[in-house]
Design a protein around this ligand. Structure first.
Ligand code: ZN
Ligand code: CU
Length: 501
């Protein structure tokens, strides 16, 4: 490998939402050295063309590496560090620990649901121990961890059907405090899940205050995304406001046929809340959600596809209605027999997805479930699908805006310093793709299909994906939230002018 890399004659999309420009990007070591036209004619002092790997990017977009802000990749980055489903989409950073579930800080041999969404590697009593494991595994993508409220409950409580006692909450706050000192991005909650549902808002607010003292963020899978969604949004925003932390609403959706169309109510509410506090949301580009099998999510109306089942692995990939017909039962009864397991729930409507995805406060997160046998296609296809379907086919936004929702906006909302934009001096996480060809190939029927049209991916300046394959070089790191970073901090909805270096 040479000292420097020149990506030449591409369409430079810088991740701020600004219009694309024809030009080049020069990488030197792990950083971006220069962005602009004609760079080979003005290489930095001491660098000659013989030191430079040159790639012709004619017809290709050069963008910041995509940031997957909503993942459950905590354990998979350690156990399958190639991270091919993500790398092959152009993703260079995954935010882990979403929906209240993180592997750290908790040690247990046989985790219970919903922790099982993360597999069974619960061996990390602290973020420090987790970051050592990330360093040893050397994943292909960067890892930025949130700490899960549900995980803290498992670590500090023996009965999750009630609120935490004062002592238990004190213990959770101390654990979280140490996680923040060790560099965690913030707190996530999954109040929708039974193991956290008994937690009153006050419990979460207390924890969010710890995060606030360290400049972190609060992301939440809200208590309801169905009939009670507006109350749940008020709870989430009041919690964040009282604690003084920025809020991220996870995978915003209006779930269930009786709620379809209600993004016409939820989005204006988010806009009005944004007048008083820092608020953002993530979204994945599909009408089906996916989580563990739960009979309360089976309404006999929406389609449900089984993504795994412990007692009935032979039913993986099949529709619940057809299984129920075969067994001569209701779908709910079939669900009970298939548990523990997972499913895709076709619980959203396309117009709601379109409204959320085109909203200026939304960024892209896959919410992919890497441990499912027959996973939701979002695991392998979310990012290319936003470009192919919502930019190129439907024209809901420009390519620059689509990229901004995957890079600059995401880095700003999650306090990821010196990433998410193509700026001289910033870290060289870079994706090069063909704007005409990029598309997702994963479907509900064939979910393990590699996306097309991603040409190259650089992680911390290292070419990690090239010509449809991973290279032998994995260069991801654990990203710590950095204190006092004002160069890329959250502020409103328009990009700040970038520092010139
Ligand atoms: Zn969730
Ligand atoms: Cu999630």
């Amino acid at each position: 490998m040479k000292r420097a890399t020149l990506l030449e004659n591409g369409l430079v999309v810088d991740g701020t939402g600004a219009p694309a420009l024809a030009g080049d990007v020069l990488l030197l070591g792990e950083r971006i050295a220069a962005v602009g036209p004609g760079l080979r004619g003005r290489l930095p002092d001491g660098l000659s063309l013989a030191d430079v790997d040159v790639h012709d990017c004619n017809g290709l977009a050069i963008t910041p590496g995509f940031i997957d802000v909503h993942t459950h990749d905590d354990a998979i980055v350690l156990n399958a560090p190639g991270m091919f489903p993500k790398l092959s989409q152009g993703v260079t950073t995954v935010v882990t620990g979403n929906c209240g579930l993180s592997v750290a800080p908790y040690v247990v041999q046989e985790p219970l649901p919903p922790l099982t969404l993360l597999g069974n590697s619960f061996n990390y009593p602290s973020v420090a121990a987790y970051s050592d494991a990330v360093r040893d595994a050397q994943p292909a993508v960067n890892v930025a961890p949130l700490i899960g409220h549900t995980t803290l409950r498992f670590a500090c409580m023996d009965d999750l059907t009630r609120a935490a006692s004062a002592d238990e909450l004190g213990a959770m706050c101390m654990l979280l405090e140490q996680c923040m000192v060790d560099g965690a991005l913030g707190l996530s909650s999954g109040l929708f899940y039974a193991e956290a549902m008994a937690a009153p808002a006050a419990e979460v607010t207390q924890l969010a205050r710890v995060v606030a003292r360290h400049g972190g963020v609060y992301a939440t899978h809200m208590r309801s995304e169905m009939a009670a969604i507006l109350q749940a949004m008020h709870e989430a925003s009041d919690t964040a406001f009282a604690a003084g932390v920025p809020l991220i609403i996870s995978h915003h959706k209006c779930a269930g046929p009786t709620n379809w169309g209600r993004t016409r109510e939820t989005l204006p509410l988010i806009e009005s809340l944004a007048l008083r506090q820092d608020i953002a949301m993530d979204v994945y580009p599909y009408v089906a959600g996916s989580t563990v099998l739960r009979e309360d999510l089976v309404d006999e109306v929406i389609d449900v596809m089984v993504s795994w089942s412990a007692p009935h692995p032979e039913m993986t990939g099949r529709m619940l209605a057809s299984i129920a017909a075969e067994w001569g039962t209701t779908q709910r009864e079939a669900c009970l027999r298939l548990k523990p397991g997972g499913a895709c729930y076709f619980q959203m409507r396309e117009d709601d997805v379109q409204r959320v995805i085109s909203h200026p406060l939304s960024m892209i997160g896959s919410d992919g479930l890497p441990h499912d046998k027959h996973p939701h296609p979002r695991l392998w296809g979310a990012f290319p699908r936003v470009l192919a379907r919502y930019w190129r086919e439907q024209g809901l936004f420009s390519m620059e805006q689509a990229v901004y929702k995957m890079t600059g906006l995401s880095a700003r909302n999650f306090r990821l310093r010196e990433r998410g934009q193509l700026q001289p001096g910033w870290l060289a996480d870079i994706t090069v793709f063909d704007p005409v060809r990029i598309r997702d190939a994963a479907t509900y029927e064939q979910p393990l299909a590699q996306s097309e049209g991603v040409a190259m991916v650089f992680v911390n300046g290292t070419l990690s994906f090239d010509k449809g394959r991973a290279t032998p070089h994995r260069a991801g790191r654990l990203l710590r939230r950095e204190l006092g970073s004002d160069s890329n901090s959250a502020s409103g909805r328009t990009p700040r002018p970038s520092p010139s270096t």
